[in-house]
Design a protein around this ligand. Structure first.
Ligand SMILES: Nc1ncnc2c1ncn2[C@@H]1O[C@H](COP(=O)(O)OP(=O)(O)O)[C@@H](O)[C@H]1O
Ligand SMILES: [Mg+2]
Length: 611
């Protein structure tokens, strides 16, 4: 498995995240070394005691003149105290290792979460179109958690195993070469088993994680859209779809469990064989007088002690595998380029003149949603934009917000190319109200302040008046401080649209876009809002996207869009004269509530434009 370029950048990203925590990590590794030394000193002390008792004299004691007069019991007691001290100190070091490693890993994952969040906030709209919310949530929670566990335990664990092999092996050879070779003969097999296993489970883990993410995505999607599901009586269908995702997750998990069970049994068998070999040959060599009983004890203890970490290495490496997968999934987000922000804002505030030439745009370049748009809107002008669903009206509005970047044609705002203006600058100059506006689950006041965070009470009141929502707010017991339920469900659709309108108006934007935003208000309220908008006419370049003829009465000009092209453009009077979609629509006045769609479909794709 050769590391590719991609993997390098993957580990590079992880390395960057450890910045500021490396010293703590180093300290954790250092105390781990000390803890290991203490643990592996213990069998040597016991070996020395056993051999001393068996031989009737303790080796090396003659070099300590002080200990000459000690009785065997006193010497054994001292050795026991030494063993206890060894274990105690080792335990202390292990505690410090755990503490420092987890402090470092907490700090690193905290930084990672913040980085992910701020990155997600800055990714272009096109990324979010492609991604499922549930999947992103899974990445930001459970994948980050996998990485945290890896940093807190696995890194240190791998280090511990390596240090152990490096220190214990020389001790074994020093004690007895034959038995050392016997003790190590199956270790490579145990290790290879672990290594192969790791390679295998990595893919299975990825498959399982993906199945889990698909399942949570489905759950999340259904909870968010529960009302739509009900309205279309799709429950049965959705339950089946969920059951399918759930079964897939179960299958992946089971495959993983089966292969794990296999691994542990095979590895158990090999490890027990290794222990058996040491016991068998060790006992034999004790009988032939090649080694002492104490040495056999030490070997048996050492092999028992270090076979476990080596087998466990399979598990550790499996977690490393999971962490690599998790890191890859996180990098998938982190490597996504953010919206560029190197444009420089012009000194003068936006006035709102929009000039568009030859604009062609499609989410998929093969399939243009807007084609050859030529349109000049003077500052302060009110334009009504009509067209059947799917004709590209909302897309047009999103382009003006710089939510997507166009490549063909030009959009100029006050003589500056839109793509040369900073996104924040553009967006703060455009107030937009969507058909299905998103409101935060906070108070109405906080939702309004999203439009302008430092708005005064008078400004808020004025905006609410203009949006015809002031009356409704007064009727709430807590007034403007009334909480909006999750996604604004405690407000009616019309009230939500009006709060969203007030939120846009409070900003007093030079460009105001209403994207089908009055569809859910009744005709009386609509007239009230239109009256208010007419009163502020000229203060903002206003683009009203609508299906209703009643909405366009105050528009200076009307643009009719069909299949991404402007098919009619002119004042109301001009369009009424011309024999086009607009005139036909008016002829159908009695049911003007119905969309243009039917009309345009029936009469074919006429392309006439009034001069
Ligand atoms: N984010 C998107 N990604 C891909 N296609 C989109 C996206 N938004 C809209 N479209 C497609 O672009 C076309 C125009 O959509 P839209 O501008 O929303 O129409 P309208 O607002 O006039 O109803 C539709 O065919 C729609 O499926
Ligand atoms: Mg739309």
């Amino acid at each position: 498995m050769k590391p590719t370029e991609h993997q390098h950048s993957r580990y590079g990203a992880l390395w960057d995240l450890t910045e500021g925590q490396r010293a703590r990590y180093g300290a954790a590794i250092g105390v781990m070394f000390a803890a290991t030394a203490c643990t592996y000193g213990l069998p040597l002390i016991i070996k020395w005691c056993i051999d001393g008792i068996v031989d009737g004299q303790f080796a090396g004691l003659d070099t300590f003149p002080l200990a000459q007069g000690f009785s065997n019991v006193a010497i054994l007691s001292l050795a026991a105290l030494g063993a206890i001290a060894c274990t105690g100190v080792g335990g202390g070091f292990t505690y410090l290792r755990g503490r420092w490693a987890s402090m470092a890993s907490e700090a690193i994952t905290r930084r990672l979460r913040n980085r992910l969040f701020s990155h997600l906030e800055r990714l272009p709209a096109a990324f979010h179109d492609r991604s499922e919310t549930g999947d992103l949530i899974q990445r930001c929670t459970s994948d980050v958690e996998t990485l945290r566990r890896f940093l807190a335990a696995q890194v240190v664990e791998v280090g511990r195993t390596v240090i152990m092999v490096l220190t214990v092996t020389p001790v074994l050879f020093w004690l007895d070469v034959k038995l050392a070779l016997t003790s190590l003969v199956l270790i490579p097999i145990i290790f290879m088993l672990a290594w192969k296993f790791f390679g295998r489970v990595k893919d299975l883990f990825q498959a399982k994680d993906e199945a889990e993410a698909a399942m949570s995505a489905r759950l999340q999607e259904n909870l968010t859209g529960i009302r739509v599901v009900r309205a279309f009586a799709r429950q049965e269908h959705e339950v089946l779809r969920f059951a399918e995702a759930n079964a897939n997750f179960r299958n992946q998990d089971q495959r993983l469990n089966v292969i794990m069970a296999w691994y542990w049994s095979v590895s158990d068998a090999v490890s027990m064989t290794q222990m058996g070999l040491v016991l068998f040959f060790g006992a034999y060599w004790v009988m032939t007088g090649d080694i002492s009983v104490g040495t056999l004890f030490a070997f048996y203890t050492y092999v028992g002690m270090f076979i476990w970490p080596i087998r466990h290495l399979g598990r550790v490496l499996e977690d490393v595998g999971k962490a690599v997968v998790a890191l890859g999934r996180l990098n998938h987000i982190l490597e996504e380029p953010e919206e560029s922000s190197d444009e420089v804002a012009p000194a003068t505030p936006i006035r709102g003149r929009i000039e568009i030439h030859g604009l062609t745009f499609g989410f998929d370049p093969e399939k243009p949603v807007l084609s050859d748009i030529d349109l000049t809107i003077e500052a302060g002008e009110t334009i009504a934009l009509m067209g059947p669903p799917g004709s590209g009206k909302s897309t047009f509005a999103q382009l003006l917000l710089r939510l997507y970047d166009y490549e063909t044609g030009s959009i100029q705002i006050d003589e500056t190319e839109l793509s040369a203006l900073p996104r924040d600058h553009v967006r703060s100059a455009v107030g937009i109200v969507l058909q299905d506006p998103f409101l935060y689950s906070r108070s109405i006041r906080e939702n309004l302040l999203v439009g302008k965070w430092d708005a005064t009470q008078a400004e808020l009141d004025a905006a609410c008046d203009e949006a015809a929502i002031a009356g409704s707010i007064d009727r709430f017991s807590r007034g403007m401080d009334a909480m909006v339920g999750e996604r604004g469900v405690t407000l009616s659709g019309g009230q939500r649209q009006r709060v969203a309108l007030a939120r846009a108006l409070v900003r007093n934007p030079p460009i105001l876009i209403l994207d089908d935003s009055l569809s859910a208000v009744d005709t009386g309220t609509e007239q009230h809002i239109l009256g208010a908008l007419a009163a502020r006419k000229g203060r903002a370049t206003t683009l009203v996207i609508t299906h209703r003829l009643s909405t366009i009465a105050d528009a200076d000009r009307i643009v009719i869009l069909n299949e991404g092209r402007i098919v009619q453009l002119g004042t109301e009077a001009e369009l009424r004269e011309a024999q086009g979609p607009y005139a036909r629509l008016r002829a159908l006045q009695h049911d003007f509530e119905s969309s243009l769609e039917a009309d345009l479909k029936v009469t074919g794709q006429s392309r006439e434009k009034t001069p």
